[in-house]
Design a protein around this ligand. Structure first.
Ligand SMILES: Nc1ncnc2c1ncn2[C@@H]1O[C@H](COP(=O)(O)OP(=O)(O)OP(=O)(O)O)[C@@H](O)[C@H]1O
Ligand code: SF4
Ligand SMILES: [Mg+2]
Length: 374
């Protein structure tokens, strides 16, 4: 099924740029920060500190690709999505979409750019207005962006979208509470697709669903990408799901990206100690390999993002940490084409076979690692 024609040159940011942009990237995020103020006091409220939810994050998404974003709960994945979409105003940093800094755009241009950037939220139930029918929910962005002149055209487009995501036209008359979690995720996807975006932030779109339903939604997103060339920032906890859907993966820890590379390379050659720990917690299908391999146990909990550790913020939990780590912030460095890692000692760790010091490694069967994102 084809999408209705909804765009025109006047919808482009300046009439000349399309998906092609700076360095070929569709979206480029540079040095993005989002600090939330923490208040103290009941009567006189004062700012006593800041949650460093997103702390100097840089990455890009190419047209038609999927970038997976993984990391433990609270590391800043959703806030990254909200900030780049300007749903949360970033503290600082730049977001280029189709080659344009979206902060510099006029109101009209930003609105137009926002049409092509959509978000599927972590909680599809919370993001669907319970007082609106599904038809109204999907039709709303068509009205907001003034894409179809007649009600009949909007209805026809709504029904087309419902079918596209595997629902039936008669579902348009129902309310969100009448649907299952998987169906609600389909409705959220139809709403996001209504305005023919080129980029969608998918914030944990399947984490609340049963495994069989997860597969259906993932397949749907992949089919839509194939048909319409839409790019995704796919946020998830589950490394298996991320590997399946992503072309590249970025690993996040306490507000920072610590490693980025193409999907297979990340799983075959993880270099950052945190990535190694995350992957060592994913069960292997081969029971022999699973029994023999070592898991990396990270001591302690994720530190508070209000006072993140100095230097490399992973150093209090890193089995390979040395004195330099608490003093000097490691920058993301390119270690192979398309593979970046932020660790002072990635080379030494790799040359040592990635085996952590004895105290930090335990046999796979003994206990559950604290680093597992799932
Ligand atoms: N509005 C807010 N005010 C203050 N702190 C916030 C706000 N939103 C998020 N945070 C904090 O920012 C940090 C990052 O939160 P975020 O929701 O982005 O994490 P996440 O990686 O998406 O986690 P999860 O996997 O659980 O969804 C957390 O410490 C969170 O408590
Ligand atoms: S810089 Fe140091 S603390 Fe940070 S990941 Fe590398 S070895 Fe570990
Ligand atoms: Mg989240």
């Amino acid at each position: 099924m084809s999408t209705a024609s909804t765009g025109s040159d006047s919808d482009r940011v300046d009439g000349s740029e399309t998906a092609a942009s700076r360095n070929g990237a569709l979206l480029e995020v540079r040095n993005l920060k989002k600090y939330f103020p923490v208040h103290r006091g009941t009567f006189i409220r004062r700012i006593s500190g800041h949650v460093h939810a997103v702390d100097d994050v840089t990455f890009k998404v190419n047209p038609g690709e999927t970038l997976g974003l993984v990391g433990e709960s609270g590391c800043g994945k959703s806030t990254t999505g909200y900030s780049l979409m300007h749903i949360e105003e970033p503290t600082s940093g730049e977001v280029f979409f189709e080659g344009h800094d979206i902060v510099q755009l006029s109101v009209q241009e930003r609105r137009s750019a926002r049409r092509r950037m959509q978000m599927i939220f972590q909680d599809p139930y919370g993001s669907l207005n319970p007082r609106m029918t599904v038809g109204q929910i999907i039709e709303e962005p068509l009205i907001v962006h003034n894409l179809y002149e007649s009600k009949a055209d909007r209805l026809s487009r709504t029904q087309e979208l419902l079918e596209l995501v595997g629902l039936a036209p008669y579902h348009a008359a129902r309310y969100p509470h009448e649907f299952s979690g998987g169906q609600r995720q389909r409705i959220a996807t139809a709403r996001a697709l209504a305005v023919t975006p080129t980029f969608i932030v998918c914030d944990e779109p399947v984490s609340a669903l049963d495994v069989s339903i997860q597969a259906q939604i993932i397949n749907l997103l992949q089919d839509l990408q194939q048909d319409f060339g839409v790019a995704y920032l796919f946020i998830a906890h589950d490394l298996k799901v991320v590997r399946h859907i992503s072309d590249r993966v970025a690993v996040m820890y306490l507000g920072k990206i610590v490693e980025t590379t193409v999907s297979d390379e990340l799983y075959d050659r993880p270099l950052h100690p945190y990535t190694r720990a995350l992957l060592s917690a994913v069960p292997l299908p081969d029971p022999d390999l699973e029994r023999k391999r070592e898991r990396i146990i990270l001591p302690g909990d994720v530190p508070s993002p209000i006072n993140p550790p100095s230097g490399c913020n992973f150093h209090p939990r890193c089995p390979w940490a040395q004195e330099r780590c608490s003093q000097e912030l490691p920058q993301l460095e390119t270690v192979a084409p398309g593979h970046e890692v932020a660790c002072h000692f990635w080379k030494e760790i790799e040359d040592g076979g990635g085996v952590p010091p004895v105290s930090a490694a335990i046999h796979a069967t003994s206990t559950t690692p604290t680093a597992s994102p799932e």
